[in-house]
Design a binder for this molecule. Structure first.
Ligand code: PCA
Length: 224
C-alpha cells in the first residue's frame, strides 16, 4: 500500500483529561465523578475531553491516574473531588507531600503522616492559571474561590502525584494541571451546588486554562 499523502493525515485532537472520584465515607454519590462524566467527549477550545473516575483509595488512585496520563498525553489535566461543607468551586493552589487520612479510604486504609512520594519535594503549586479561572467563574456568576489546602486525604494524594508526574515526565512538561474541589449536591447537604452549575463551572475552567497565557498568581509559573 502506498503511503497516504501528508495532507490527508488528520492530527488527532489534543486532549483534556478530567478525573473525578467514586463515593466514599459511606455516601452513595460523589458529584465530582458525575460532573466529569457529563463532560466526557465534549470539545472545548479545540480539545477533546476525556473523563475518568478514580477510586477513593490511596495508591490505586494514583496508579490509575499515571496510566491515564501515559495513555492520553493530555494538554491539560484537572482532577476533581468533592469537598463537603465548602460552598464554592475551590481552585486548589498547593499540593503537599503527605497522606494523613481523617477517615478510611474505600479499601479501608488510613495512612497517617506518610509521604505521597518518598523523596519528592514537600509541595508543588498548581500549574493552572487559578486567578484567571477565578475571575472567569465569578464573572459568569459561579461561586468560586482559591483554596490554600486540598486537605491530606485522597484528593491531595492524587493532586500531589499529578504535579510530581508533570514535573518529572519529559513528555508531560508542557501539560498544565491542578485540582478543583466541588461542593455537595443539594441532596447531600448544605452548602451545595447543583450538578448543572458544577458542570458549567468546570467547562468554563477548562476553557480558561486552555486559553490563558499567563496568570497573576505565583502558582502559575513556579512549578515548571
Ligand atoms: N474527596 C476526598 C477524596 C475523594 C473526594 O471526592 C478528598 O477531598 O480528599
Amino acid at each position: 500500500m502506498s503511503p497516504r499523502p501528508r495532507s490527508a493525515i488528520t492530527q488527532p485532537a489534543r486532549k483534556v483529561l478530567l478525573t473525578g472520584f467514586d463515593a466514599f465515607g459511606g455516601a452513595s454519590i460523589n458529584p465530582s465523578g458525575l460532573a466529569v462524566k457529563a463532560l466526557h467527549g465534549r470539545q472545548i477550545a479545540g480539545h477533546r475531553v476525556v473523563a475518568a473516575q478514580l477510586p477513593t483509595v490511596f495508591g490505586e488512585s494514583l496508579q490509575a491516574l499515571r496510566a491515564l496520563l501515559a495513555r492520553h498525553q493530555p494538554a491539560l489535566v484537572i482532577c476533581v473531588g468533592q469537598a463537603g461543607e465548602r460552598g464554592a468551586l475551590s481552585l486548589e493552589r498547593v499540593a503537599i507531600n503527605v497522606n494523613d487520612a481523617p477517615l478510611a479510604d474505600n479499601a479501608d486504609a488510613q495512612p497517617v503522616d506518610t509521604p505521597v512520594v518518598p523523596g519528592a519535594p514537600v509541595a508543588y503549586f498548581s500549574s493552572l492559571p487559578i486567578k484567571a479561572m477565578l475571575a472567569t467563574l465569578q464573572r459568569e456568576g459561579i461561586a468560586a474561590e482559591v483554596s490554600q489546602t486540598a486537605g491530606t486525604f485522597v484528593c491531595n494524594h492524587v493532586f500531589f502525584g499529578l504535579m510530581h508526574e508533570l514535573n518529572q515526565r519529559q513528555a508531560l512538561r508542557h501539560t498544565r494541571g491542578g485540582f478543583v474541589h466541588v461542593p455537595w449536591l443539594p441532596k447531600q447537604g448544605t452548602p451545595s451546588m447543583a450538578l448543572d452549575e458544577v458542570v458549567r463551572g468546570l467547562s468554563l475552567a477548562v476553557r480558561c486554562a486552555l486559553q490563558a497565557q499567563q496568570d497573576a498568581s505565583l502558582g502559575a509559573g513556579a512549578s515548571h
